[in-house]
Design a protein around this ligand. Structure first.
Ligand SMILES: Nc1ncnc2c1ncn2[C@@H]1O[C@H](COP(=O)(O)OP(=O)(O)O)[C@@H](O)[C@H]1O
Ligand SMILES: [Mg+2]
Length: 250
């Protein structure tokens, strides 16, 4: 039954990150049973950075590129990616009438993370997929921690529980000037997070930079100054270095 449905999917369904995540969910549930012949185990890649830095653009391009090279990928986003996540995403981003403190925000993001790890990320990694997530734990440290000034130790404790030990193998930090990022993001409409003032977003960016210095092996910073293909080429270079580590011997 599942295979019949799959035939009707359009080529871009696997990149659709809104709503149902149809193909991704089917992949995670194992209805695409083929394990990658190229890598020994699942690989988790996350994209981070302030609003408008290009996470959605580059994470989708990377997913498409890797799929074409024969690596089965699952693309997802936070908050979102599951039914619970998409519902909470609406509360977090598009409900200006609801007041949410920085601490409450932390719990909502972590609730979404616990769900997506259990429902999508962990099962996909166990099946040897490359999971590409548009945001993950680093966003919580940067936004609620550095931006919202919630105690970092509390975040660490909560995040460890929510992720059940899932840590990215590689994190691409797309770094852009704060005002330029916000300008790009605002072209597409303004959500609740984007409404926070410039100094908040500056702290978020500084937080990300601090994290990249703290975890230089995992977090690779790419400056978003050139055009999309140039930035994407830099990302692919970093990804290939990591994938080489997990390549199966031929
Ligand atoms: N070098 C670049 N890398 C990424 N995006 C770029 C670049 N140059 C211009 N842009 C534009 O900036 C915007 C980035 O938006 P998006 O990918 O949605 O960012 P995010 O998901 O991080 O908020 C897009 O409209 C994209 O076309
Ligand atoms: Mg985005």
């Amino acid at each position: 039954m599942a295979t019949k449905k799959l035939k009707t999917l359009r080529p871009f369904d696997r990149l659709r990150v809104d709503g149902e995540l149809s193909r991704n969910r089917r992949q995670a549930q194992g209805l695409y049973p083929e394990r990658s012949r190229r890598i020994k185990r699942g690989v988790f890649i996350t994209f981070e950075g302030i609003e408008g830095c290009g996470k959605s653009t580059h994470s989708k391009l990377l997913s498409e590129y890797l799929e074409n090279k024969g690596y089965p990928c699952v693309h997802t986003r936070e908050p979102g990616g599951t039914k619970l996540g998409e519902a909470v995403r609406k509360v977090l981003l598009d409900s200006p009438e609801i007041r949410i403190s920085d601490l409450a925000e932390l719990f909502l993001f972590e609730a979404c993370r616990a769900q997506i790890v259990k429902e999508i990320i962990r099962p996909a990694l166990d099946r040897g997929r490359i999971v590409i997530s548009d945001r993950f734990s680093d966003a919580t440290f940067s936004y609620q921690g550095y931006g919202g000034r919630v105690d970092l130790k509390a975040i660490r404790t909560l995040d460890r529980v929510a992720t059940a030990g899932v840590v990215p193998d590689l994190t691409m930090l797309l770094d852009i000037d704060t005002s330029e990022g916000l300008r790009r993001a605002r072209k597409k409409g303004i959500d609740r997070m984007e409404k926070k003032d410039l100094s908040y977003h500056r702290r978020v960016r500084a937080g990300y930079l601090r994290l990249s210095k703290q975890y230089p092996g995992r977090i690779k910073r790419v400056k978003v100054s050139g055009r999309i293909p140039e930035v994407q080429a830099k990302i692919r270079r970093e990804v290939e270095i990591v994938l080489r580590k997990f390549e199966r011997p031929r």
